[in-house]
Design a protein around this ligand. Sequence first.
Ligand SMILES: Cc1cc2nc3c(=O)[nH]c(=O)nc-3n(C[C@H](O)[C@H](O)[C@H](O)COP(=O)(O)O)c2cc1C
Length: 205
Amino acid sequence: MTCLNADTVTEERSSDRKLILVLFGSPRKNGYTAKLLNEFLSPFGENVQIRVVHAYDSGIRPCTACDVCCRSERCSQSDFDELDSLIRCADVLVVATPVYVLSFPAPLKAVVDRMQRYFSARFSLGINPSIAKHRTAALLVTNGSASREGAQVMARQLKMVFSVMNTTLCGEAVWTGTDFDSGRSTFDRARREARDLALAIKSEL
Ligand SMILES: Cc1cc2nc3c(=O)[nH]c(=O)nc-3n(C[C@H](O)[C@H](O)[C@H](O)COP(=O)(O)O)c2cc1C
């Protein structure tokens, strides 16, 4: 069984194995989100490469709306370039995050906003698709309350962003109620959702 700490950047890119790129949104590398991510990754076994990018460590700055990406296929800030290369070659994109005030924690929101370059590539530069290769995506969410509203808000945002990234959001796994009894009563359902989603994605790889 693959058992990753979310702190782990497992491997560098090599040619033959599928790449799962994880955008990790929690500042807590061993918290609820990491636990849910491990459940999701378990079914993939050893035959994939997994790369975890921690939004809190990445130093990716907010979009400055400079509009450079409307005039040429690049960003004025180079801090997103490595992530751009990873996104372009990823086979699966996983967004794993806690809910903060019904949305992404600020560092992950900055990453999502920086994807505006793909919108500009599509609609200002006419590059269609803005990313040549198609990938599937999954959203893994943890939240303190019993509500799934935060996950719904983030899924809506991602569907919009992914619509210009040749990326299809396949589904969500949501661990609600982590503020109550450390999420024990809701974990079984969340882990089933995560594993079912992983198996569905794995069958298409
Ligand atoms: C700044 C902040 C804002 C939060 N906002 C929400 C919220 O709007 N809804 C909710 O259900 N939980 C909210 N939470 C609770 C977290 O989503 C929850 O504790 C989550 O499981 C933490 O995951 P982690 O252990 O991976 O960091 C918030 C927590 C923090 C620190």
